[in-house]
Design a protein around this ligand. Sequence first.
Ligand code: KIV
Length: 316
Amino acid sequence: MIYKKLQRYYALIFIYTPTVLIIYKKQYWILGCLAAKSLKQHLAINGMGTNMKKLNVRDFKLKKKKGEKIATISLYDFPTAQIAENAGMDLILVGDSLGMTVLGYNTTIPVTIEQCLHHCGAVVRGAPNTFIVGDMPFCSYQKSIESAITNAARFLQEGMVDAVKIEGGKTMAETITAMVRCGIPVCAHIGLLPQRVYAEGGYKIVGRTDEEAEQLMVDAMAVRDAGAFAIVLEGVTIDAAKRITETIDIPTIGIASGIHCDGQIQVLHDILGLSNYCPRHAKKYVDLKKIINDTMSEYINEIKESKFPAPETSFK
Ligand code: KIV
């Protein structure tokens, strides 16, 4: 009885307080709104939070259903993860391309689980409200289903990511089924498979012949039936990618696979102009290498000419 009365009073206070404030204390209300707005801006600028709700596997399927394109990026560290989250990225992949972009290898083959986990941690700390996928490196999931599950679990438990990505189509379907059964969300990756660069004798666009296009469809259906929540299509011809995207009900995320995919992924270093080589499928949105180079030269010159540090960057 008393509890019910209290509930009613709380409800009345809850409903009427803002109204009273609006009517009688309009100025406080306006001031409050302005303060909240500037706090929100401050938090967003400093990467401490955005309005964004963290997406989950169901959201990506929903986006496909609604025809909403999915924006994703492959990156590897805290500051760029913060920037991506603040910019509104739907999904971040901590790709094993980190081997080439930040570790200086020629391929993704030498990348280890430890290196991937190290970078996953940094990205998760930078983008806590973004869905993050950890890329499982070469031979960390192919040897046996049991070791694949053990290693995938490390990505979720130690790397703190939301899902893993593995390369391979039909041949990986059983592994995907087993991972999904354990509660590990899996993004599949078919088409050009960088971890098979030695086995294939290089990187090659796939889907130009009828057999290749047919095999791609078989692979896409197999990983979808196995429970993958999305598929990266890499280096797939525009027509084959379109057919797959129109046929399956999980999102396709394309790289070098044309405009018809449900989403796109690029390597951050390629679009920022930081890579040594920018592939044809990538658009260099800015030449950061030049900007950083010019900045470093200026810094060096100012030191040599005793212009830096200036009085304002020194202490009395
Ligand atoms: O390693 C990576 O960054 C990737 C994407 C390019 C799909 O696999």
